[in-house]
Design a binder for this molecule. Sequence first.
Ligand code: GDP
Length: 511
Amino acid sequence: MSTQPAPRAGDNPERRTFAIISHPDAGKTTLTERLLLAGGAIHAAGEVKARGAARRARSDWMKIEQQRGISVTSSVMTFERGGITFNLLDTPGHEDFSEDTYRTLTAVDSAVMVIDAAKGIEAQTLKLFEVCRLRSVPIITFINKVDREGRPPFELLDEIADKLALDVAPMMWPAGMGGEFEGLWDIERERLQLADGSFSPAPFPAAHADELELAQAGYPAFDEAAYRHGDLTPVYFGSALRELGVEPLIEALARYAPGPRPQPAEPAAIDPASPTVTGFIFKVQANMNPMHRDRVAFMRLCSGRFKRGMRLNQVGTGKQIAVHSPVLFFARERETADEAFPGDIIGIPNHGTLRVGDTLTDGPPVTITGLPNFAPEILRRVVLKDPTKTKQLKKALDDMAEEGVIQVFHPQIGAQTVVGVVGQLQLEVLISRLEVEYKVDAVLEASPYDTARWVASDDAAALRKLQEEHRSQMAGDRDGHPVFMAKDLWDLNYIQGRHPAVRFSATRERR
Ligand code: GDP
């Protein structure tokens, strides 16, 4: 056990809770491995030499993985550096891209945006960036793969500035890329890192000197306040594969990235220094074996000092949740894995009691806000095969909507329900759970619409006009909020242009 004095409220150990946003193949996995290696904590690869209290925590999650078939290891990866604990939250991409990917971004204090130097800003990066912008999450940019031919750095920086409407401040500058690569220049320290990782006392290579000068004159200098407001991104260059520029990135996270920020909540924002234990569920992972109803709910701790075995109140239901066998993610050197601090993530095994958006606290009721639903990108009509099962279907869809697996829309015309999801995986979970858990035989049919927006207006007549002109495209969500279903983005833009007094929103807060 730790011999250090017990921290007081407001005296929490330092945390950097962040996620990597990127498009598939930009290098997120490679960079993640490099970060974990650099922090000496590849716990995903099982290299952690667990001991003492840490061993107990580790065996907890191993048990969960084996018995329940729920993969929790890659959800949160923790490493330690210079007394700071870094919690890296995984944003599932590729085929398991889902609303969880977006929601994870509501549980971080900052993000690293990885960009492929040959490709620049790609579609998924942009989508994830927009979610960060909703909460003004500060972003550090890492332009990856400088060991290969890439686009000119100026072009990349200008693209970030234009497409994301962000100021860019280069912190490093590559002297050439690909075959021409001569090293990475650290602008602040004025030193050159060579391709083999060593540092050279040489000045910046003369062949690229004009470029560097232009870059320093043409872009704003780093401004910490602007970064923390989400208005400016410091830009690092490097190669995750060749382990170049990874150290400066970790250093940037340590120096500039914020620790736990106050969490928006009703009746008042939660101060991370408050002694009251408060957290919210941002993701619920179900067992991949649908015969088991076990889930792991991931809670982001916002304030207080969480201890194993603690009882917390589920705000809204008033239920007491005894957190007996939580999964505490920990870095190798962390001695006290029996407790967690603001910024940490706690995995809570349960049988479906805990849902996305829930607030848990040991203090007076408080409700975390700012956890939105995200506009679906896939819409499907649910067609019941056995009409006597209407009630069961409704119950199943309601349950899953509440858990955050799917969204449910009721079109104004017709009786069929439309379900919306952000990623294909969510549809697969839906079908499998309908069958196994609810014994409902249903199929999903293509819908004529492929995206939806919540609509609102200060001008009731304007909203009515939209609803009357496009009755077949209007629906209500689970709470009866009006939703416009669009055939595609072109259709959406067109209708939006014709109804300027109506706000079309891609997110809606869950309450
Ligand atoms: P992810 O899909 O974003 O997780 O990307 P991965 O980390 O899996 O990388 C995609 C591919 O790019 C893999 O083949 C990596 O080896 C390669 N890659 C990643 N980083 C670099 C880099 O810095 N340089 C080069 N040349 N290749 C890289």
